[in-house]
Design a protein around this ligand. Structure first.
Ligand code: KIV
Ligand code: ZN
Length: 527
């Protein structure tokens, strides 16, 4: 029997920490629920001392997601640890994850502390955590650039004082597998009480080696791997969950370890994370990239038709990509749509089906064939976590290389309608400006990207925007066959998100109908 490796998912902490990947509470909960379906062993749900939002997200995850262990991160300080405990204490299996740096460079320039002071702080932190929680993980930040004997001393003391998991991060992604594996092996051998803890690897991908390093860590004795969906995370990211899991599964012959991950949930998890964070997955990304299972070359296709094993080392079905039997078109009814979603792994409520059906019929009128990816985009776009304060009622934009671009936008807000028009540098800019005039909230478009969901000229376009309103940044997305419609709706989703989050903060809608807006409304209604 192969040995079990625990999967510690840090998408909601290290992943969310990366620029542009921040999520609100509802989105974090959606990801946590999906991670539970994926059957990860531990979810690191956040860093509760970092902000009230982080605290609430960890607390809500702990209350709702009952199968996995829920971990909360804390620096090696009492206030951090107490706050982390407050956030996770109601989890069915809570964990406090406390950390401090151990490399000389971090000690000298960041912490300005001696090795013995850091040793004392580590012991103190583990004791505080262990008094509160039976499951305590201790991490030595920048472990791989630390003196190995000193690191062994710190880890031994941490275990002595109650740490149950010991994490060995390659924080700056500097290691190579030939070095990380032997380092872990030697380190563990120097820790006399090693049998009382599980060792864990946490590798960053600055040199593209996070997965390879993690696997060499497993071979050297780590039985927990810290990773993220799609490999998102600080700088170049963390080790990618799907690559670790599928490597262990596909190369059992060489790597006699297994995880309890439901690999058929990988594809859906990947899409959900990229949809909610706006962090695209490159087409050629292993396991979850759009092209990961596409065989384009004639010679490959020929081989595949004769026997899939000629070019396929794992099946698309094993990661949850379904080649479905039901073809959807404009004559398909609600029942077929419901069945199709079931095939794709979605259980829709009556309301969700109604909404999905509405968009599906609109799409089926516009496109010849509606692909699985279109349906997934519809349903994931439809997971509304933010109320629509404003809705698009009408949008029309014109551009070209000779004319100044212009747009006319009509927005609905409850019973009222507002119309505005604007010129801009291109139709998207003009559309956003027209929206700004109505909402009275000028946004700065920091990032804009568009991606086609499927192939062909009639494919759905998925637009992601990153917008700043008064210095606060928001990510949002929308999909439509028309890219101006998708752009307007993505931008408006960012507006609605800003309004909603402000309202949550101050307990009321912070923006009021401005004089400018009243004039616009006046024009629209003609009154
Ligand atoms: O990369 C790192 O060192 C970390 C620790 C907090 C575990 O993320
Ligand atoms: Zn990290």
């Amino acid at each position: 029997m192969s040995e079990r490796v625990l999967i510690f998912d840090t998408t909601l902490r290290d992943g969310e920490q990366s620029p542009g990947c921040s999520m609100n509470l509802q989105e974090k909960l959606q990801i946590a629920r999906q991670l539970e379906r994926l059957n990860v062993d531990i979810i690191e749900a956040g860093f509760p001392i970092a902000s009230d939002g982080d605290f609430e997200a960890v607390q809500a995850t702990a209350a709702e997601v009952r199968q996995p262990t829920i971990a909360a991160l804390a620096r090696a300080h009492r206030p951090d640890i107490v706050r982390a405990w407050e956030a996770v204490k109601n989890a069915s299996k809570p964990r406090i994850h406390t950390f401090i740096a151990t490399s000389d460079i971090h000690l000298e320039f960041k912490l300005r502390k001696s090795r013995s002071e850091v040793l004392e702080l580590s012991i103190e932190a583990v004791k505080i955590a262990r008094d509160l929680c039976p499951d305590v993980e201790f991490s030595a930040e920048d472990a791989t650039r630390s003196d190995i004997d000193y690191l062994a001393e710190v880890f031994e003391a941490a275990i002595e004082n109650g740490a149950t998991t010991i994490n060995i991060p390659d924080t700056v992604g500097y290691s190579v597998p030939q070095e990380y594996g032997p380092f872990v092996k030697e380190l563990i051998s120097k820790i006399s009480n090693r049998d009382k803890a599980i060792f864990s690897c946490h590798c960053h991908d600055d040199l593209g080696l996070a997965v390879a390093n993690s696997l060499s860590g497993v071979e050297s004795g780590c039985r927990q791997v810290e990773c993220t969906v799609n490999g998102i995370g600080e700088r170049a990211g963390n080790a990618s969950l799907e690559e670790i899991v599928m490597t262990l599964r596909t190369r059992k012959d060489l790597l006699p370890y297994h995880t309890e991950i439901v690999s058929e949930e990988i594809h859906r998890s990947s899409r959900l994370v990229s949809n909610l964070t706006g962090a695209f997955v490159q087409a050629n990304k292993a396991i979850v990239g759009k092209n990961a299972f596409a065989h384009e070359a004639g010679i490959h296709q020929d081989g595949m038709l004769k026997n899939a094993l000629t070019y396929e080392i794992m099946t698309p079905q094993s990661v949850g990509i379904i080649s479905s039997t039901l073809v959807m078109g404009k004559h398909s009814g609600r029942h077929a749509l419901l069945k199709k979603y079931e095939e794709l792994g979605y259980q829709l409520t009556k309301e969700e089906l109604e909404r999905a059906y509405f968009f599906f019929t609109k799409l089926a009128d516009q496109k010849k064939e509606v692909y699985d990816e279109d349906l997934i985009a519809i349903v994931q776009d439809g997971i509304k976590t933010i109320p629509d304060t404003y809705k698009i009622a009408y949008v029309h934009a014109e551009g070209g290389n000779q004319e100044l671009s212009s747009a006319v936008v009509r927005l609905a807000r409850q019973e009222e309608t507002f119309v505005s028009s604007a010129h801009g540098d291109g139709p998207v800019d003009a559309t956003c400006k027209a929206i700004d005039q109505i909402t009275g909230m000028p946004g700065r478009l920091l990032d804009y990207s568009i991606n086609s969901v499927t192939r062909g000229k009639d494919a759905l376009g998925e637009v992601f925007v990153h917008v700043s309103f008064s210095g606060q940044n928001y990510t949002a997305k929308a999909a439509s066959v028309d890219i101006i419609d998708a752009s307007a709706r993505a931008y408006l989703n960012a507006v609605n998100r800003a309004l909603y989050e402000n309202k949550q903060k101050v307990g009321r809608e912070s923006e009021v109908v401005s004089e400018e807006q009243k004039k616009i409304k006046h024009k629209a209604t003609g009154s």
